[in-house]
Design a protein around this ligand. Structure first.
Ligand SMILES: [Fe+2]
Length: 432
């Protein structure tokens, strides 16, 4: 993560509300400035506690057994997410900047470091579900211990140190928000493996689509600035901002729906090799895919696993849990294309995309590559984004699981092309 300019780093991302969100408590905007250390300390504390509380709010409906499961190597247990986000504060804030801080437990750095080679050895990602101890309660105690230490640090540290760590705190908050989204996607995947499909929240509802108006937005040929421009919060992969040639292209204002996807399925989409990339068709066959992820054919009716349990597929809702391979095949079947991330960004900046945020991340056909001149920051946090810039595709927007205040037009999410347990869908592009 790029710490950015400290003068403008006051969690300004949290002031941006370009998303339509389905859940989560808003993180309070910081009302202070770096020139006002007491105000800054209070603002950091409020933002910190709001994010930490949101993690616990998301975990609260889940039993210790629910929190233990790792249903596949890509998904992590809820308990691990709660502990790992806590380790992040311990490792990068308290351990580095709070003299005399004593870690909660000497083994937890090994257990809950994710992929930071620079931060030391770590437990295998594929076996996070094997860690039955510490218990969920002990992880709760770990969180409380670190929360208290961080709040004490904010209240007692000097003004200069506070200004120095403010960008790091902002990274920690955004990091934890990313894991909040994963908590939903990972537990949904786990529940989807259960023959008696549990509900995370029986009252949860899939967010309503705002599909309206013209179907296509036309972008004439033009040179546009893309990427994050100012010093408000951003991940390092959103910079440097640069100029890009975009268009002519038409970008669909609307997300692809389940009804459209069902037409693709009825037309033999999953069985027609000519629609698929070679790796995609191999994945379809190896995995036995004949529908989006979490769909079940029950007595001839398609149902899908949601946070409210198994629900009939709503034909008008945006399709969800499709991989890049599937999105690409659907676009080919429709005689269209997936947009590039630059086309998506220019269209979103024009404010002309329905449901750009808050329902499903949208696959683009852009490889997750560094922007021209990109440099990861020095130190262990330089591992946050840059080392993943290979063999993945960019998704834009945000999803129903994205915490409020965590979305922005320049945000670059990324997953491997076979991944579909996230809340992922698509919109189309056309060049005719
Ligand atoms: Fe993490």
């Amino acid at each position: 993560m790029e710490p950015g300019n400290a003068n403008n780093v006051l969690l300004s991302c949290l002031e941006k509300n370009v998303t339509k969100q389905a859940s989560a408590t808003a993180t309070p905007p910081l009302s202070s400035s770096l020139a006002d250390p007491r105000g800054l300390a209070q603002g950091l504390e409020e933002a910190f506690l709001a994010v930490r509380n949101e993690t616990e709010r998301r975990a609260a409906p889940l039993s210790p057994e629910d929190q233990q499961i790792q249903s596949m190597p890509d998904a992590s247990p809820t308990k691990w997410h709660r502990a790992h986000t806590t380790w992040f504060w311990e490792q990068f804030l308290l351990g580095e900047h709070c003299p005399g801080y004593r870690p909660f437990h000497p083994d937890f750095a090994f257990l809950f470091n994710s992929y930071y080679v620079s931060a030391g050895p770590r437990h295998s990602r594929n076996h996070r579900g094997d860690i039955t101890r510490p218990s969920a309660d002990q992880v709760g105690a770990y969180r409380a211990y670190v929360d208290a230490a961080v709040v004490k640090f904010f209240r007692e540290v000097g003004a200069d140190k506070l200004r120095e760590v403010a960008p790091l705190v902002e990274v920690g908050l955004n990091h934890e928000q990313q894991h909040q989204e994963l908590m939903f996607t990972d537990i949904l995947h786990a529940f989807a493996q259960n023959p008696i499909p549990p509900a995370y929240d029986p009252d949860w509802r899939f967010p309503a689509s705002t599909r309206t108006g013209e179907d296509w937005l036309t972008l004439n040929e033009g040179i546009h600035t893309v990427g994050h421009v100012d010093d408000s919060f951003h991940f390092d992969n959103e910079k440097p901002a640069h100029r890009a040639l975009v268009g002519p292209v038409r970008v669909s204002r609307n997300l692809v729906t389940n009804a459209e996807w069902l037409a693709f399925m009825r037309d033999g989409g999953y069985r027609t090799a000519t629609l698929w990339l070679m790796d995609g068709f191999a994945t379809v066959n190896n995995e036995g895919w004949d529908a989006p992820g979490h769909w079940r054919d029950i007595d001839g009716q398609w149902q899908m696993m949601t946070l409210a349990g198994l629900k009939p597929v709503d034909p008008d809702a945006p399709v969800c849990h499709v991989s890049y391979y599937e999105a690409d095949a659907f676009a080919r079947w429709a005689g269209k294309h997936l947009p590039t991330e630059m086309e998506w960004e220019v269209a979103a900046r024009a404010g002309q995309l329905n449901d750009a945020f808050g329902i499903v991340w949208q696959w683009t056909r852009s490889s997750y590559s560094p922007y021209p001149g990109y440099r990861a920051i020095e130190g262990a946090l330089g591992e946050y984004n840059g080392k993943f810039m290979i063999n993945q595709l960019v998704l834009r927007g945000s999803s129903l699981a994205t915490p409020e205040g965590h979305s922005r037009i320049t945000y670059r999410n990324f997953f491997y092309p076979h991944h579909r347990w996230q809340f992922t869908g698509l919109r189309l592009a056309d060049y005719e």
